[in-house]
Design a protein around this ligand. Structure first.
Ligand SMILES: Cc1cc2nc3c(=O)[nH]c(=O)nc-3n(C[C@H](O)[C@H](O)[C@H](O)COP(=O)(O)OP(=O)(O)OC[C@H]3O[C@@H](n4cnc5c(N)ncnc54)[C@H](O)[C@@H]3O)c2cc1C
Length: 401
């Protein structure tokens, strides 16, 4: 099969490439590439403002709310260029998660209040779904919200709440009715993160990052106007949210970029004087990942081409997540293997931006951050639905088991 983009799409791709080349400050791109977890709030905000200024603040939103109106293929080309330029994959919880829910289910007043500052990079969001005993089995969540007058009083605990410490707002699943079937008693509530009674406690992750958190809610008072949609419909909205970004969970752009870096590392690193890439054992491993990644890319393109008249792609999306997240781990492990002893150094968030002089000989530019990335990608087969859960979905939807 020969795969070609139209001259217009090709021109679009070059326009995007030129924009990033001319406007993304190299030190910021370097920080994003090194992969500090989480990236600093200043960087996230500056990047979102840069994209918003160009009209690309939320490519996937509808035009009337500041989206781009791009075809799925253009969004795909854009994302590939974004990653290749070491740009930031946007502020997920806001732009990709809660925004689609708001667009579909929130009141006009809520949309007008929350969407513009999200787009402009003035307010960031966090996702409060998981609890200590409700991860895969989310419907068993226990955080409760009791209605008193025109407020909800919220009590409970969330965990693994990514970026909670730098968010102004959180969207939470809370139990508003304990007397109905578990899925029916859940509501979708927007809570300001500085509300009295709400405490964020960071969890240090394996690579030393501080992106994950526990969130404790102790008599947190939330105005009823912060409820999205109908009470008791939170489960439906959450399912809509989780299924929204259908191909993103393949981590395609990340995987392609990191595979290229693995190849660069293997071209530089030597074992007994021989370049690693010339050693058959390593070259075979690299080729294996490359073939699997190509298969994933074609699957993503197939899904994108069906976006407009899609029927039920849920099983396919689970398969993409299954393969894409496992590939993330294989690609980053390959980098660490290729780096050998170089992989042992731990890098601070701002280190490695400009490695000069003798240091540059010792630490090639590909080194900083690779081990941390390999460690943090251990989580990619857990969040967004673990491997076992994805397999259960495929078994049920694709094979009727
Ligand atoms: C880095 C990271 C970031 C995250 N960010 C967020 C966030 O921002 N907001 C948020 O709300 N949550 C977040 N999560 C939480 C994430 O959604 C949960 O970790 C995930 O859903 C799994 O839940 P659990 O950790 O409770 O594991 P469990 O559900 O307890 O699962 C433990 C093991 O049992 C297996 N298992 C469970 N049920 C079944 C079954 N029915 N059949 C077969 N096997 C099963 C699982 O696959 C897993 O291997 C994040 C998690 C991580 C690791």
């Amino acid at each position: 099969m020969r795969f070609e983009f139209s001259p217009e799409d090709e021109a679009f791709r070059l326009e995007v490439r030129a924009f990033f080349r001319d406007h993304l400050p190299p030190p910021m791109a370097r920080r994003f590439y090194i992969g500090a977890h989480p990236p600093s709030r200043e960087d996230v905000r500056a990047f979102q403002k840069l994209m918003h200024g160009r009209g690309w603040g939320a490519p996937h939103w509808p035009l009337e709310w500041g989206g781009t109106g791009w075809s799925p293929l253009r969004k795909h080309l854009f994302m590939q260029e974004l990653y290749d330029a070491d740009g930031l994959d946007y502020s997920w919880q806001g732009l990709h998660m809660v925004a689609p829910v708001m667009l579909a289910f929130a009141s006009e007043a809520q949309k007008r209040r929350f969407l513009p500052p999200m787009l402009a990079g003035d307010e960031f969001w966090t996702q409060g779904f998981s609890e200590p005993n409700a991860g895969s089995d989310l419907a068993s969540l226990k955080t409760r919200a009791e209605r008193v007058g025109d407020e909800y009083i919220v009590n409970g605990q969330k965990i693994w709440t990514s970026d909670a410490s730098m968010a102004e707002w959180g969207f939470f699943l809370v139990r508003t009715d304990a007397d109905v079937k578990p899925q029916r008693g859940i509501s979708f509530l927007l809570i300001r993160m500085d509300t009295p009674g709400l405490t964020v406690r960071p969890i240090v992750s394996i690579e030393g990052g501080l992106g994950l958190n526990e969130v404790f809610l102790d008599n947190v008072r939330v105005p009823c106007e912060n409820l999205v949609g109908e009470p008791g419909m939170g489960w439906t909205y959450a399912k809509y949210l989780l299924g929204k970004e259908r191909t993103a969970s393949a981590f395609l752009y990340f995987n392609k970029r990191e595979l290229e870096k693995a190849r660069e590392i293997a071209t530089v690193q030597r074992v007994n004087g021989q370049r690693l890439i010339e050693r058959p054992e390593f070259a075979r491993k690299l080729a294996r990942v490359e073939v699997d990644l190509l298969a994933l890319e074609y699957s993503v393109l197939r899904v994108l081409s069906q976006e407009k008249n899609r029927h039920d792609l849920d099983a396919v999306v689970s398969a993409l997540k299954l393969r894409g997240s496992a590939l993330q781990q294989r690609v980053t492990e390959l980098q660490v293997e290729a780096l050998g002893l170089h992989a042992l150094r731990q890098w601070g968030h701002d280190e490695g931006e400009a490695i000069e002089g003798g240091e540059a000989l010792r630490w090639p530019p590909q080194v900083p951050g690779r081990t941390a990335q390999a460690l943090i990608t251990r989580a990619s087969t857990i969040y967004g639905g673990s491997q076992e859960i994805q397999k259960n979905i495929i078994a049920k939807l694709a094979f009727g088991l």
